[in-house]
Design a binder for this molecule. Sequence first.
Ligand SMILES: [Fe+2]
Length: 205
Amino acid sequence: MIDCHNQDSALNKIVKVSLSVVSEPTLLEEIIQEIEDKSSGPICSMFKALFKKNILTEFGMLNDFLACFFATKRISEITIYDASNLGVKCFFMPKNTMFPLHDHPNKVICTGVLYGKLKYLSLNKEEGGWYEMGKKGMAKVSDVLFSTQEIRNIHSLLAIEDSIILDIFMPNYADDDDSNSFKIIKKRKRSFKLEKYTVPKHKAN
Ligand SMILES: [Fe+2]
């Protein structure tokens, strides 16, 4: 029989920790400070530790169905938690699919890799409509990427292999939130000029 009440699962703890953070303004402010200071500090460490657990095995029988998620060559998603203060979603990204450059209205976004490998690029706001390179690299299983309104808010993800990510949105998207996507129209050294186009409903990760 499936146990629907496993309070000790890492996924459950991720939801609980996230709820504690969004429910307490000082904690939300603290994690923002931590992220803006090299993503180091006790709250970021707690998330990093939770993503070290093999969360995917907690989905149990889902393992048998993974091939289905990757068969379509399109990104699919499962909503794990959906409330006004917190959103947790799992995205299944077949190899070579991507979330192009997009931004977030959320105060904190935390992305953990559960499976596969992804190439990421994140940008920070600069003067005069330019954006500087925030961070780029490869994210593998158990890696966690943190963003705030100020740091790495605009980012892209490309699945190098069939990949699964877990996104935590603190607070969650509001019903009328749009998502902005961006195209790079100019580049100079480590800076980029972007063209923004709005996606009517949030489709990005
Ligand atoms: Fe994102």
